[in-house]
Design a protein around this ligand. Structure first.
Ligand SMILES: Nc1ncnc2c1ncn2[C@@H]1O[C@H](COP(=O)(O)OP(=O)(O)OP(=O)(O)O)[C@@H](O)[C@H]1O
Ligand SMILES: [Mg+2]
Length: 93
């Protein structure tokens, strides 16, 4: 059976009710727990909150070895290789 994409959108005109938070949590759950390939499109012009979150997370990964270990463990659990170059497993002495 051919796989079809599923489109999910969280939308309301009211501000600060959790659209961004719920989008990130849902995408993370579908990808990291369920193993689906997920594409998040941040249409939140001009805030781009999810993009800002990603940038903050990437910066954390570049500088924090504990976060790097957690990321490697997470990708290993999923049996997917990280697509970003900043995830480097700590080498054992
Ligand atoms: N389920 C929740 N329980 C408690 N706090 C939450 C929950 N979901 C979101 N928040 C908090 O509410 C605030 C607003 O959430 P968020 O930024 O996701 O809302 P938003 O609808 O995307 O806002 P905006 O309209 O500004 O884009 C954040 O500080 C977030 O941490
Ligand atoms: Mg938002």
């Amino acid at each position: 059976m051919k796989k079809k994409p599923v489109f999910i959108a969280f939308s309301t005109q009211k501000g600060g009710v959790g659209k961004t938070t719920f989008t990130v949590l849902t995408a993370s759950c579908l990808h990291y727990v369920c193993g689906y390939n997920v594409l998040v499109v941040d249409c939140d012009y001009p805030q781009f909150s999810i993009n800002e979150m990603r940038k903050r997370d990437a910066k954390g990964l570049e500088t924090n070895s504990s976060l790097q270990e957690l990321a490697v463990a997470q990708f290993s659990r999923l049996q997917k290789l990280p697509t970003t170059s900043f995830v480097r497993p700590r080498t054992k002495p």
